[in-house]
Design a protein around this ligand. Sequence first.
Ligand code: ATP
Length: 314
Amino acid sequence: EPLWGEDDRPRLGAFGPVKVRVPAKINLHLGVGPVRADGYHELATVYHAISIHDELSARAADSLVLTMDGEGAGELALDDTNLVIRAAKALAEATARPAHARLHLRKQIPLAGGLAGGSADAAAALVACDALWGTGLGREELAHIAASLGSDVPFLVLGGTALGSGRGETVTPILASGHQWHWVVAVADGGLSTPAVYQRLDEMREAGEAPDPIGAPDEILVALRQRDPAVLAKALQNDMAPAALSLRPALRDVLAAGDAAGALAGLVSGSGPTCVFLARDASHAGTVAAALNASGTCRDARVAHGPVAGARPV
Ligand code: ATP
């Protein structure tokens, strides 16, 4: 269902503005293997798209302009370094057309939060410009451009729950049972640089200070099929957590507050500093979020559910 349907993409450019919604991701399992010859770590991950969304609107123009509001406005550069602009340009180049569009980003995914917000925006830009321009590119070609923009971008086009391998760019959908999982997302003050967290993990492993790598996500795959939050809670694991905690020791207080609030499990999201908590149901998630907000250990605790669809026009 969240797949980028070859048939529902327009062959002709859109007339009116195109609006695309894209989710944030968490990793239900994030196994980090050794560093490869190309400098990337080999990953074995389970991606899960959750209901915290950025929204990108695109309309016809005779140049490329990006504006934004929301999370990170005033902080995030809107020039060629922004992943929205990089994605629009990559798609234009691949299809030999001018990168002309007026783009506006409404951002709810926190910056450098371990929720892949930048990758989400790149995925949204690919889908929006594809629709605006009517590129006629196939799914394979779009996935290839997505992978060139960042390891998480192909998943954010796909959405749902999926296995990620390679450096994360090779994604395989995990058939959803239709079950919705309920999460509380504790947003931190300030971000963490993903490369810095990988570097810290490498240092800790070299010094023998890191736990053994968690390896393949077999346990999570079994747990997902059981539709029981108490079972899923026991299977959530993240190799990057010790490194994120080492760089940001205060995250221990966030995890402790979620535990005290009755969450079934707490987990550092990706490279952090966002922490996510599994709840029994929507009402339990509301209770946990309220307790986390009252604890003063995070900037903002939000409820979310998953899986949700990847980047798509609304
Ligand atoms: P990941 O989990 O994929 O490592 P993250 O959630 O930790 O990502 P992001 O918010 O995706 O972090 O982005 C990290 C950096 O990417 C930002 O600090 C910023 O410098 C750069 N960046 C470029 N374009 C964007 C964008 N549209 N949104 C957010 N960050 C962007």
